[in-house]
Design a protein around this ligand. Sequence first.
Ligand code: C5P
Length: 234
Amino acid sequence: MKQGISIAIDGPAGSGKSTIAKLIAVKFGYLYIDTGAMYRAITLKALQQGVSPQDEKSLAELAMGTKIVLRDEKQDKELKLRVFLDEVEVTHQIRSLEVTNNASAVAAVAAVRTNLVKMQRQMAAAGGVVMDGRDIGTVVLPHAELKLFLTASIGERSRRRFLELEAKGVSVTLAELEEQIRHRDFLDSNRQVDPLCQATDAIFLDTTSLTIDQVVEKIIELSLEKGAALDVCN
Ligand code: C5P
């Protein structure tokens, strides 16, 4: 029996998907699945093994023999995601600049996607999930009860990412970040296989001038309409 509804959140880089998805998952006591973390983990493995992001055949083999585990951990009502690649924790490594800059090329390989999409569907099979990525509403969970397409202006997305990195002590300029995000959006939206696009039945949410709380409130309202039940403990 399904344990709750499936909520699919898609959108471009830096649109706030993961921040919002985690908060929603806590509110409903749902599983949070960050599919971007899975593409990042495969990218990290390719880089570690010296496999070029352009070498499709080797990437396909690599994806077949890889185990990725996502573990949600709740700390003071906040959800923290831990990522394991072949049993080794890579939670922080997958956020490096090198991984970020190579993930779109790895994610464009059809066989890599087939593999990860299969894993993602298995992870979501029981329902009660919030899954974020680029192709969730269109490909991974086409029957999700609620689909959202989150975006914000390029300036605002770059600003948010800048503040996030600044808080972590990473030195990068706003202009550099904007260029990286533009490039990643271009690759993700123009690839042959499962490009980033809004599902026809997804609700479009421009968060440029909204606070995180406003976005979360809106999504809670939409989820309740679709039959989700709030977790009484949160
Ligand atoms: O979401 P995040 O920015 O961490 O994703 C990293 C990369 O993984 C994206 O730039 C995109 O190329 C890829 N990705 C994807 N499909 C998804 C999730 C992420 O292609 N469902």
